[in-house]
Design a protein around this ligand. Structure first.
Ligand SMILES: Nc1nc2c(ncn2[C@@H]2O[C@H](COP(=O)(O)OP(=O)(O)OP(=O)(O)O)[C@@H](O)[C@H]2O)c(=O)[nH]1
Ligand SMILES: [Mg+2]
Ligand SMILES: [Zn+2]
Length: 306
């Protein structure tokens, strides 16, 4: 594959993929050869994929994907490969924040080795709720920002946090992901004195994932989504705590090494409810744990402490 060019998929619509060449920075359109999926071990080309591509001789579609490099990770929602950071975006209201979805995304970020950055948008609509949510999630150790019509996160601060990799937006529809993505790209372009490659979609529902150059890396606008099933994704009940750093750090104080923090005696996590542990976050932890545990249908070999 030495003679092929290398790049990253920035967009894929109707079987045609836009690839940004790593050396020239040029964008080219690529078709897919039937065999690429086989050679790529059944991988479907996905935005964020590192690829090799070569010429076709056909002026309509001048290039073709030859190979997909092994991935660091892959997300189904939003559909993105090789994600380094995720901007978990939730409105403080309109639509009301789906904190179950946020907590699920935090579990997935830990499992997939993705740095989560939480952004609460529409803070102008309910400033108190914004501050409350920021307080809860910052106390767990997460990096949080609030964003409103006239006060958005600084693009330079975000760039310092995100670095070279792919940064994806994730969150429900209508929370303001595209609005913020536009703002951040414009803000960056202004600061470096360039014309921005602004998303030209205004206030429309986003239909496709697309990567934009951001600092040394890429930022993706993505369509919103509402449902996410931890069981379908393959999350195990004993992985739920990965999305709850406050629970993990307290668990050293529990009487039992394998405390599940459900109904065990002398559980440091449950003793900290309302002080170190937010009761609503804990309720979601318990719900996810119990749901995955019963779906796994494996009650054997587990100690009961009651
Ligand atoms: N009040 C207020 N409204 C906002 C803010 N940010 C975005 N909006 C509005 O929210 C609506 C949805 O914004 P979008 O940016 O299209 O939302 P999205 O998350 O990209 O939605 P999808 O593409 O469907 O996933 C628009 O009418 C925006 O003007 C904000 O900070 N405050
Ligand atoms: Mg959008
Ligand atoms: Zn415990």
């Amino acid at each position: 594959m030495e003679h092929y060019k290398k790049g990253i998929i920035t967009k894929g619509v109707g079987g045609i993929y836009t690839v940004r060449d790593h050396l020239s920075g040029e964008y080219v359109s690529c078709a897919v050869r039937g065999g690429v999926k086989r050679r790529g071990h059944g991988m479907n080309p996905t935005v964020g994929d590192e690829v090799c591509y070569g010429p076709t001789g056909d002026p309509d579609i001048p290039f073709i994907l030859e190979k997909i490099e092994p991935r660091h990770n892959l997300l189904i929602r939003p559909p993105l490969a090789n994600v380094s950071n995720m901007l978990l975006t939730f409105a403080v209201c309109d639509p009301i924040p789906d904190l179950k979805l946020l907590d699920k995304m935090l579990i997935i970020c830990r499992l997939k080795d993705i740095k989560p950055i939480i952004i609460f948008t529409k803070a102008d609509l309910d400033p108190k709720q914004a501050d409350k949510l920021i307080e809860i999630y910052s106390a767990c150790g997460y990096t949080c920002f609030k964003s409103s019509h006239d006060n958005k996160p600084d693009s330079r601060k975000l760039m310092a946090l995100t670095g070279k990799g792919v940064t994806g937006f994730a969150g429900p529809s209508g929370v303001g992901k595209s609005t913020l993505c536009n703002y951040i790209l414009d803000d960056e372009a202004m600061q470096v004195g360039e014309v921005s490659e602004r998303l030209k979609r205004g206030k429309h529902t986003t239909r496709h994932v697309e990567l934009f150059e951001f600092g040394e890396g890429f930022m993706s606008d993505t369509p919103g989504f509402t449902s996410l099933d931890l069981f379908d994704i393959g999350v195990e009940y004993d992985q739920v705590a990965l999305g709850y750093p406050e629970i993990q750090s307290l668990s050293h104080g529990c009487k039992y090494d394998d405390c599940r923090h459900i109904n065990e005696k002398d559980c440091a996590v449950r003793e900290a409810l309302g002080s170190g542990v937010d009761p609503d976050r804990y309720a979601r932890y318990k719900e996810f744990y119990e749901e995955l545990y019963s779906k796994r249908n494996d009650y054997s070999g587990r100690k009961k402490y009651e």
